[in-house]
Design a binder for this molecule. Structure first.
Ligand SMILES: [Zn+2]
Length: 395
């Protein structure tokens, strides 16, 4: 049973842009930068917002000051469970911002700052939509649970993965409010990292012929990887329709005058549904093993499969609810696609919870010094989340 006009009015009457902007600005001012990813005070603030509305909330600490916050809004009768999920941690601000990244400056309809787009706007919108449902007293069966998690920017082991493992997240479906610029994203590419250790032999740089230079060999590996065309699946629904590979870190050398005996490379790899962590690692190994290595430099690998790729059917109830209510709120059809970056939807889908990604931020600004979000998109998201939640649970 869809939400009728009268109920919709009741819910929308409980949503004010001043209040949403205030919540979002406060969230941005908590410096939840990861590393180190301390989310305690931010999680505490969110918990207090829910408690003020008489919505049950709880803090779940997984490591010193790495805190998750969960909330539960129960309907009037038993039914399904919908999860609202978002992460509280943000990446470091980096340099050359036009404004202070933690002041939350509002100008020309946009709020600026680290985390405005990725993804405290999504969190604020979900909090506001739960609050509006509660205040409106509109009835629904089942339960909406909210998880504001830590640790997403470093693989989610202390965040969403922890809550799933502990059985704290149990849901029939989920909405993740990562930035999609209001596109309905029904999946995301996976992400894995491979650390490559190159072990040579040190010598005095004045007698370089006696050493085995690990940095020189690592440079050859990089050249090889730059040219490697990954055999990955292809899917045009994805913003980037194939897998990709980038060397993202390099570390080596001890002093100016020593031939380095060690060099470490990190390779970031993105995967499409159908690709596996193991077969991708195998391709990289094979490529490196083909290289000439007469002096016997030793190579070893450590693989971290952080986010499996995921994709849910476009006709799944959770996708359909968001698509339908996007139309209802904005009067047009949404763009439907799948994300190029990874999100916690990976872990939720792997745990059997169909998850749609939908959020007001524009991921073009994620992790940049231009990060900002449009307040009107945040407000539209609040409405779309609220109506979608009720439609899904009433189905
Ligand atoms: Zn994010």
């Amino acid at each position: 049973m869809f939400v009728d006009m009268k109920e919709q009015e009741k819910i929308f009457a409980q949503i004010s842009s001043t209040e949403v902007l205030e919540i979002l600005s406060k969230l941005v001012r908590f410096r939840t930068v990861n590393p180190p990813g301390k989310t305690a005070s931010c999680a505490q603030f969110i918990s207090s917002l829910f408690q003020r509305e008489k919505i049950k909330a709880k803090l779940i600490e997984t490591e010193a000051e790495k805190v998750n916050v969960m909330a539960w809004l129960k309907g009037q009768s038993p039914g399904k469970t919908l999860l609202f999920n978002g992460h509280l941690d943000v990446v470091p601000p980096g340099a050359d911002w036009p404004v202070d990244p933690f002041s939350a400056i509002f100008k020309k309809g946009e709020l600026w700052g680290r985390g405005t787009c990725d993804m405290k706007s999504g969190i604020a919108a979900m909090i506001a939509s739960l609050t509006a449902i509660k205040r409106s007293r509109v009835s629904f069966p089942g339960e909406i649970i909210f998880s504001g998690v830590c640790d997403e920017e470093s693989g989610s082991k202390k965040g969403t993965q922890f809550l799933l493992k502990e059985g704290l997240i149990r849901a029939d479906m989920a909405i993740c409010s990562e930035p999609t610029d209001m596109a309905v994203e029904i999946g995301n590419r996976g992400q894995m990292s491979v650390e490559i250790k190159v072990a040579g032999r040190s010598s005095h740089a004045g007698r370089s012929h006696l050493g085995l230079n690990a940095i020189h060999f690592a440079a050859d590996i990089i050249e090889k990887l730059k040219k490697l065309k990954l055999k990955s699946s292809r899917n045009e629904l994805f913003e980037v329709p194939t897998g990709s590979l980038s060397v993202t870190k390099i570390q080596g050398g001890l002093t100016d005058d020593m031939i380095p005996d060690r060099c470490f490379l990190t390779v970031d790899i993105r995967l499409l549904p159908g690709d596996t962590f193991d077969s991708t690692l195998e391709q990289i190994k094979q490529e490196i093993e083909k290289m000439e290595n007469p002096e016997g430099i030793k190579i070893s690998y450590r693989m971290h499969g952080n986010f499996p790729p995921c994709l849910i059917p476009v006709d799944s109830p959770v996708s359909q609810a968001v698509i339908h209510n996007y139309g209802k709120v904005l009067g047009e059809e949404p763009l439907i696609r799948a994300k190029s970056a990874a999100t916690d939807a990976s872990h939720l889908v792997a745990a059997g919870i169909p998850t749609v990604i939908f959020g007001p931020g524009n991921s073009q600004y994620s992790h940049t010094n231009q990060e900002r979000v449009s307040l009107s998109k945040v407000m539209a998201s609040v409405r779309i989340y609220a109506l979608s939640a009720l439609d899904i649970l009433r189905e």
